[in-house]
Design a protein around this ligand. Structure first.
Ligand code: ATP
Length: 325
């Protein structure tokens, strides 16, 4: 298919590195001789026909910025058939030949829906959750992990000074990747994940065991999607404080984890995946997600990506259990 006009959007939760991906898509696309268009506000901008031409200079000075200069949104309208028809009408009106979707699981679901409707789409794996099948690591994960780690390191200092147990809640939706990796890198005494079944009593025992081994601090990491999240664990500790014998302070990192300057790793990953998306379009390979598999830029059909969740490595969870002694 002869490619002339290509649009791109960022969708779902913002991830540090999205701007580097935008820059790479635009500049490599222009280098192919295509006209490039940025859609503002994710799928909502497609529904409302909010797009603008992008030049080489328009994407200058953004590689070091967190977030996304195109804006992102969660668009309930696009999730409906009527909304998608309006989006398709916009694409036709603007004579767009193909679309690049930079986003996570939900966003790639939208990309798959457009593919099914016959429109050429290429996805770029971007979410701090790292839950996408088709990419070992996704844009934004490394930055989020480093932010979580900095919080853990600081809390450990306080925990040691006051003999208080701390629990840090990491983002990640239904995926425990961020919490597990932050736990390993931060030397947590316990990690609580959606994928494992750790009871509040086990958390109390693991933290107590850390004190029993002579540690000055006890710190756990809990994933937001775990059955027992920070709030419910804190409630359990309050209820049983007399028996447990120590206080638990919780810190929910929340959106602090998303922002900030992307790490070198995220900038390079985003640059490679953005360029990979344009390369896939040039090969007329659409209906795919561009991700990083075993250190290489790779494409996976969206049909194999959507509706699935990448599993965490059970060996890494076992390793975390050994290392927390
Ligand atoms: P993250 O998990 O990192 O926040 P995400 O891409 O998974 O990112 P979502 O909020 O799940 O974020 O999805 C973003 C948008 O994609 C939704 O607001 C909706 O417009 C669209 N979308 C999600 N699922 C579907 C679907 N099954 N079909 C069509 N569109 C969808």
């Amino acid at each position: 298919m002869a490619m002339k006009r290509v649009a791109l959007l960022t969708s779902g939760g913002d991830a540090a590195g999205m701007n580097a991906a935008i820059r790479a898509v635009v500049r490599t696309g222009l280098d192919n001789g295509w006209d490039m268009f940025g859609v503002r506000g994710g799928y909502a901008g497609l529904v409302r026909d909010n797009m603008t031409p992008l030049t080489v200079r328009d994407v200058g000075g953004i590689i070091q910025q967190g977030g996304t200069v195109l804006g992102s949104a969660r668009s309930p309208e696009f999730a409906t058939e009527a909304g998608r028809l309006r989006a398709l009408a916009t694409l036709e009106q603007q004579r767009i030949d193909a679309l690049v979707v930079i986003g996570g699981n939900g966003s790639q679901g939208g990309a798959a829906a457009l593919t099914e409707a016959g429109f050429p789409v290429v996805g770029v794996a971007s979410t701090i959750d790292n839950d996408l099948v088709g990419s070992d690591i996704t844009i934004g994960v490394d930055t989020a992990l480093n932010i979580a780690l900095e919080a853990i390191d600081r809390l450990k200092t306080t925990a040691s000074s006051h003999q208080r147990a701390f629990l840090v809640e990491a983002m990640g939706r239904k995926c425990g990747y961020l919490a597990l990796m932050a736990g390993i890198a931060g030397g947590a005494e316990v990690v609580v994940l959606p994928e494992t079944d750790t009871t509040p009593e086990q958390v109390a025992q693991d933290l107590q065991a850390a004190y029993d081994r002579g540690k000055a601090h006890a710190l756990g990491v809990v994933a937001e999607g775990a059955r027992s999240n920070a709030a419910s664990l804190a409630a359990y500790f309050r209820e049983h404080e007399a028996r447990i014998g120590f206080e638990l302070r919780t810190t929910t990192l929340g959106h602090v984890q998303r922002g900030g300057r992307p790490t070198a790793y995220d900038r390079i990953l985003a640059t490679r995946l953005g360029a990979g998306a344009v390369a896939a379009l040039a090969r007329s390979e659409t209906g795919v997600l561009v991700g990083m598999l075993e250190g290489r830029v790779a494409v996976t059909p969206l049909s194999e990506v959507v509706g699935r969740q990448k599993r965490i490595d059970p060996e890494l969870f076992a390793l975390a259990r050994i290392l927390d002694r």
